[in-house]
Write a protein that binds this ligand. Structure first.
Ligand code: TXA
Ligand code: MG
Length: 339
């Protein structure tokens, strides 16, 4: 199987292209499509055999549950047995958008989707192609990020082509995604809401709507229980070994280049000591100093360094503040510290 790649208008998706994708999904096939965060690999969430194909294509461990994507709130409510006031308020404020809610699962959702667990993660994506596709299907789409398990998430169709083309049926190419990082995952099944994965909707944004939440221990240094299996492993990682450096990474970069290694260096601000040029083995990228813009570019930059076959990536860590939480989380997990 070799997926066809169809270019599709990201603002006004062509109905015939959506119809073609819907036909594949109805037959239990796999279609990669853009969302506002990253590209997803979609299958009919209510079709056990179709969801099984996602696990096979990605090489995803069976214990890692998948997010179910819906076209509206009512479709989301059908997948759960409780819709507490917090989910009502959060969906009203953030859907469609990059917030995933974990709620008690309705038995109509096959166990394979939730890795046998009693909760299901749902979100309504804010991308015209994703929404048109789900609406066209009339069923929700189980969709993890469209990459091989533990690899970097794709933010462009070409990333999906490189990673999965030979294992899926169709890739809808709607251009680069705008958000660049996976959605925020919030568990609403406990006594207090718990942030399982930081993302573009921040903990502060959520607290403004529903009051205090617990910041989950998605970082390895945390002590709380790991409530999301997907947060256990080294994840979101490039091929090269990535090192996070607090402060200036210049000394480290010089040491690596002197060892004749091909090195990528990500800095987030220009400075007088940041110019170490003229080294053909060093590829320096100045990242945006704004967290949203940084997030939008991060995976594309890492994919690009992998393509250039660097062996090490040294990253100047952005500040340890709330707006940078999601970016720092992904950088840590991409590094060896991610476990
Ligand atoms: O932005 C996104 O969320 C993208 C796009 C495609 O929507 N999807 C995505 O899916 O990142 P994936 O499978 O790569 O990551 C889903 C995360 C995993 O860490 C998984 O463990 C967690 O969500 N998750 C899924 N279902 C869960 C559940 N029932 N309880 C707790 N965590 C869950
Ligand atoms: Mg993923």
């Amino acid at each position: 199987m070799r997926a066809e790649v169809s270019r599709i208008n990201p603002e006004k998706p062509e109905p015939d292209l959506i119809a073609g994708a819907v036909t594949i999904l109805r037959r239990g096939g796999l279609v990669a499509f853009p969302t506002e965060t990253v590209y997803g690999l979609g299958a009919n969430a209510l079709d056990l055999a179709a969801v099984e194909r996602i696990f096979v294509a990605k090489g995803r461990p069976a214990r890692n549950p998948i997010i179910v994507h819906v076209a509206d709130v009512v479709e989301g409510q059908r997948l759960v047995t409780q819709w507490p006031p917090a989910s009502h308020k959060l969906a009203a404020r953030f859907w469609p958008g990059p917030l995933t809610l974990v709620l008690p699962k309705n038995p109509i959702v096959p166990d394979i989707v939730t890795a046998g667990g009693s909760t299901v993660a749902i979100r309504m994506p804010a991308h015209p192609i994703a929404l048109a596709l789900i609406k066209g299907c009339g069923f929700p789409l189980a969709a993890p990020s469209a990459n091989a398990s533990s690899q970097l998430s794709p933010t462009k169709a070409e990333h999906v082509v490189r990673g999965l083309q030979n294992r899926i049926d169709l890739i809808l190419d709607g251009g680069p995604t705008s958000g660049g990082l996976e959605s925020t995952v919030l568990d609403l099944t406990g006594p207090l809401p718990r942030l399982l994965r930081p993302g573009l909707v921040s903990g502060e944004d959520i607290e403004k709507v529903i009051g205090p939440i617990i910041r989950g221990s998605s970082e390895k240094t945390g002590t709380g229980p790991l409530s999301s299996p997907g947060l256990l492993a080294r994840h979101y990682a490039p091929q090269a070994t990535l090192e996070c450096v607090e402060g200036n990474g210049l000394a480290r970069v010089i040491a690596l280049v002197q060892q004749k290694m091909k090195v990528g260096w990500l800095i987030y601000s220009e400075g007088p000591d940041r110019h170490f040029t003229g080294e053909e083995n060093l590829l320096t990228t100045v990242m945006p100093s704004d967290p949203t813009a940084y997030a939008a570019q991060l995976y594309a930059v890492l994919h690009n360094l992998d393509e250039k076959r660097v062996v090490r990536i040294v990253v100047e860590m952005p500040p340890d503040t709330e707006p940078w939480r999601a970016v720092r989380d992904r950088l840590r997990r991409a590094s060896c510290e991610g476990g």
